[in-house]
Design a protein around this ligand. Structure first.
Ligand code: COA
Length: 262
């Protein structure tokens, strides 16, 4: 799997079947706090058939054995290093939670590299429960268990919640704390309206970590943004409702194709 050197660290990515070819749109997926490229498995399965798919592992996550960051802007710097290593100039970014914050920051700084954004379970401000930040340091396992329950809807299959918890436990407390600290200070509520690219905002109606109110704010602030609230889903909407999620993203990508046609 390719590793890209970036500011003394590494950012990694996986591609879909067929790698990256010049004739297809490239979708760049960015995971959330303590996540990895695995959270997009169901999206990779579908979109690799029609698009170039790039699944990012931020520094400190997945296979990258290096420290993470404590700020969204620093992660956006690494994302920039990664896309500079890819063929093509313009990309469609899909980001979840912290990943959604990173691609908003990226779009504000590098709009000419952004064809479109899909903002998933995220917001323009991401304050974190102080109990989460304290708990990661002091009672890691117990806090991860509580967070995992909070990240899914009450109706989510127990297996999915258990897998989510196991994935989070593979992240070191220091990296998870850095990710949530980055979220906690992220606030672009007064600037998000400066994003002027086609945008889809997706949120589960039962999202308790980034509630639908955050999605409404994004959709109202970004001119022309589409909003999709997936009924019954929690924060991990792309895992809980992959078919509905994929359909919504697919419809959005089709609108980009239509806009491209003369
Ligand atoms: N979009 C729209 N509105 C937002 C927002 C966003 N991204 N972020 C905050 N707000 C609103 C809040 O709803 C609140 O509005 P209100 O006064 O009308 O109720 C106001 O701005 C202030 O909220 P906030 O900045 O979050 O501070 P707080 O002290 O009220 O609450 C928490 C702090 C941590 C309790 C709260 O942010 C929360 O419940 N967060 C979600 C849980 C979490 O930890 N998520 C992890 C995110 S990665």
């Amino acid at each position: 799997m390719p590793l890209v050197e970036s500011h003394g660290k590494h950012i990694a990515y996986q591609t879909g079947r067929g790698g990256i070819t010049q004739d297809r749109r490239t979708l760049v997926f960015v995971h959330g706090s303590g996540g990895s490229h695995h959270q997009w498995n169901r999206q990779r399965q579908l979109f690799q058939e029609s698009h170039n798919v790039v699944l990012v592992d931020l520094p400190g996550h997945g296979p990258t054995a290096c420290p993470g960051e404590k700020s969204v802007d620093r992660y956006a710097d690494h994302l920039f290093s990664l896309i500079r290593s890819l063929p093509g100039d313009v990309f469609c970014f899909i980001g979840h939670s912290l990943g959604g914050a990173i691609i908003q920051a990226f779009a504000l700084r590098y709009p000419h590299h952004v064809e479109a954004l899909v903002l998933v379970g995220t917001g323009a401000r991401l304050r974190v429960f102080p109990e989460i930040l304290r708990g990661i340091r002091g009672r890691f396992q117990e806090t991860v268990r509580l967070m995992s329950e909070f990240a899914f809807s009450k109706d989510a299959p127990q297996d999915l919640i258990r897998q989510g918890m196991e994935a989070l436990l593979e992240t070191s407390p220091a990296i998870l704390h850095g990710d949530f600290s980055a979220c906690d200070v992220f606030d672009i509520m007064d600037r998000v309206g400066d994003i002027h690219v086609p945008t889809l905002v997706v949120c589960g109606s039962e999202d308790r970590l980034t509630p639908p109110k955050y999605a409404h704010f994004l959709a109202e602030s970004i001119t022309g943004a589409r909003r999709e609230i997936i009924q019954g889903a929690g924060h991990m909407v792309m895992l809980e409702r992959p078919d509905e999620f994929n359909r919504s993203v697919n419809e959005f990508l089709e609108t980009l194709d239509q806009a491209d046609r003369p």
